[in-house]
Every structure is written in structure tokens, then in C-alpha cells.
Design a protein around this ligand. Structure first.
Ligand SMILES: Cc1cc2nc3c(=O)[nH]c(=O)nc-3n(C[C@H](O)[C@H](O)[C@H](O)COP(=O)(O)O)c2cc1C
Length: 326
């Protein structure tokens, strides 16, 4: 099966001369509707919300539904979390045969207590043996390219120690979130660790953390030497960040035109409505309820944001949303 990561790297080196921009995995946020919107704005790769390898191994219908995608999302990577190698082995087979995405990612970064209690997510960075077994079980049971997402540090374990121990494994891409497990999703990003990791990553290196605009992205790429960037919170309510990054990354781009100030209210509302329509189409009424938080993000920074937010959190239907946006 093709390693789409390598193809993207070739493209970025030859024709486009720019980095790879990825929608980072985000539970409760990066569903198919949001991924499609991110893709329309130029995201090169989109990751799923994290999916339980254990639930998949037990054939959970809900989990299978969570991974569904539209071919417009390709290249699409499904992220697994868990702590049992045998569950990853089963899950990898199911994903390859039933869902057919473009890649599988393994979560070594989630700091959430519920996940840590299962011995999954970031705490696995403290257990090299088990982490290796999980990566091997996944690689050995799929032809899809396997990637991992790690943190700069978990307790006393640094990303570098972790990667040194995995360097012989056929990992096609590594996304490093430059914050420690203790930091969660905010605070300063340790770009030095990402830079130092380069020699231990044979495949694609993606830097992640704190990128809110094209300037942040250029700076992180320059400082780390990474092949690309994972965007998380910077895309919430601002999926057009990908088109800004893609254009900014081109050598002859005129910087002034990428100023986020130039995003008009009309475009914000049009995008929000398009997103809401997709959410309703894919998930019905629950799509509308889940859409409320996205709508609040879309209007953040607008002068009438608080009035709009007050209305969005009560929206029950697409019609309600249309009325508010009108
Ligand atoms: C709401 C939310 C959900 C997230 N869910 C996941 C997840 O399922 N898997 C994962 O590896 N990281 C997850 N993350 C972490 C992001 O992928 C990313 O590493 C983090 O937000 C830092 O990047 P940023 O500063 O660009 O947001 C999540 C972050 C947020 C804000």
C-alpha cells in the first residue's frame, strides 16, 4: 500500500516548495464534517478523533461509525489509543479491511485521566517495552503507513529517549506536540526538543503546538526543521488557516494578503453555515448540538460575539442556525 507521507514530502520538495500542513487529531471536534471543511481550505492530511483500539477489537459499532469518512478527506489518518498490543493488532486489521483510510496513527500524547488510567496515551511514553509492542503489533498487522504522535516529555521521559528506543521501527511519520504531559494543551512549546528529534525520525517529522497563523507556522518550521506542522486549536473556528498557511509557505507569496484581519464576516458566516449543513447531514440533530461549540468558535473576536454565542448555544436545528447567521 502506498505511503502517502512520502508522496507529500516529494511534492513539497519539488513543486510546491512548502511544508505539509495537517489537521491534528482532536477528540470531540475533528469529526468528518470538520475534517471536510479543513480539507476544503487546503489541509494536506486530516486525522480522526482518537479511537479506542480495545473498543474496535470488541467490534463496537459506535466506534466503527466514528471512523467513517468521505473520500474528499483523503489522505485520512485514523488515530488509535489503547494499551494492549493484541487489541492494536486486531484494530489495525479491521481498519485496513473495513474502513480503508490512508494511514493509522498511535496516540502517545493524551494526558486525560480516563485514558491514563487505562495505561494508554501519554503515560505509555514511560513504558518503552509496551510502547514498542504496540507499534510493532500495529505495523505487523497492516500495510497502511503507521505514524505516532508523542509529547516533548512525560514525567522524566523526554521525546528523544523515546524516539531513540523506537528508531529501528518502520514508523512513517512522527508528530511531536512540543508540550509536556503536565502542560496539557496550552503553554510554551519546546521547539528545541523537536529540532533535536530530527536525527531519530526516519520518516516525516511534524511539529505541533501553538500555531495560530502563518507567521507562527513559518517560525516553528524554521526553528525545528520539521517537514510539516500539525494544527489543532488554531483551526477551531478558523479552518481557513490552512489556505493561509499554504499560500504563505510559497516562496513568492505576498505576506500582506494573508493577514487574518482580512477574513470577512460574510466568509465566516458562509463557512459556519456550510459546516453546520454538513454536520446535520452526517449526524442529524446531534450534529447540530455538537455544532454549537464550533459556531461559538467561528464568531469569537467579532464585535457581537457574545450576543451570537448566547443564541448559538440554544440552537436546535439548521433553521435556527440559519436565522441567527442571517
Ligand atoms: C479538544 C481537543 C481534543 C484533542 N484530542 C486529541 C486526540 O484525540 N488525540 C491526540 O493525539 N491529540 C488530541 N489533542 C491534542 C492536539 O492534537 C494537539 O496536539 C494540541 O491541541 C496542541 O496543538 P495546538 O496548540 O495546535 O492546539 C486534542 C486537543 C484538543 C484541544
Amino acid at each position: 500500500m502506498k505511503n502517502f507521507w512520502q508522496k507529500l514530502k516529494k511534492l513539497s520538495r519539488q513543486g510546491s516548495g512548502r511544508a505539509i500542513y495537517v489537521l491534528a487529531p482532536m477528540a470531540g471536534v475533528a469529526d468528518s464534517a470538520f475534517r471536510q471543511i479543513a480539507k476544503q481550505f487546503g489541509a494536506d492530511v486530516v486525522y480522526s478523533e482518537m479511537v479506542s483500539a480495545t473498543a474496535l477489537a470488541y467490534n463496537s459499532k459506535k466506534t466503527l461509525a466514528l471512523m467513517k469518512f468521505n473520500k474528499k478527506e483523503r489522505p485520512y489518518v485514523i488515530q488509535l489509543f489503547g494499551s494492549k498490543p493484541e487489541h492494536f493488532a486486531k484494530a489495525a486489521k479491521i481498519i485496513e479491511n473495513k474502513i480503508k483510510p490512508d494511514g493509522i496513527d498511535i496516540n502517545f500524547g493524551c494526558p486525560v485521566k480516563k485514558v491514563a488510567r487505562q495505561g494508554a496515551g501519554a503515560v505509555l511514553m514511560n513504558n518503552f517495552k509496551l510502547a514498542r509492542e504496540i507499534i510493532e503489533a500495529t505495523i505487523n498487522n497492516t500495510k497502511l503507513p503507521v505514524s505516532i504522535k508523542i509529547r516533548s516529555c512525560v514525567g522524566s521521559t523526554k521525546a528523544l529517549d523515546f524516539l531513540k528506543n523506537m528508531v529501528d521501527l518502520d514508523i512513517k511519520a512522527v508528530m511531536i506536540h512540543g508540550r509536556s504531559m503536565a502542560q496539557g494543551q496550552s503553554g510554551e512549546v519546546d521547539w528545541k526538543i523537536i529540532k533535536q528529534a530530527r536525527p531519530f525520525v526516519k520518516g516525516i517529522l511534524l511539529a505541533n503546538g501553538g500555531v495560530k497563523n502563518a507567521e507562527d507556522a513559518s517560525e516553528l518550521l524554521r526553528k525545528t526543521g520539521a517537514d510539516g506542522i500539525g494544527i489543532g486549536q488554531g483551526a477551531l473556528g478558523k479552518p481557513w488557516i490552512f489556505s493561509q498557511l499554504v499560500r504563505h509557505g510559497k516562496p513568492k507569496a505576498k505576506r500582506a494578503t494573508y493577514n487574518s484581519q482580512l477574513i470577512s464576516k460574510k466568509m465566516i458566516f458562509q463557512t459556519a453555515l456550510k459546516h453546520a449543513k454538513l454536520a446535520e447531514k452526517l449526524k442529524g440533530q446531534s450534529g447540530i448540538i455538537e455544532m454549537r461549540k464550533h459556531l461559538c468558535w467561528y464568531v469569537s473576536g467579532l464585535p457581537d460575539a457574545s450576543v451570537l454565542r448566547g443564541k448559538f448555544i440554544k440552537a436546535e436545528s439548521l433553521n435556527d442556525i440559519k436565522k441567527i447567521l442571517r
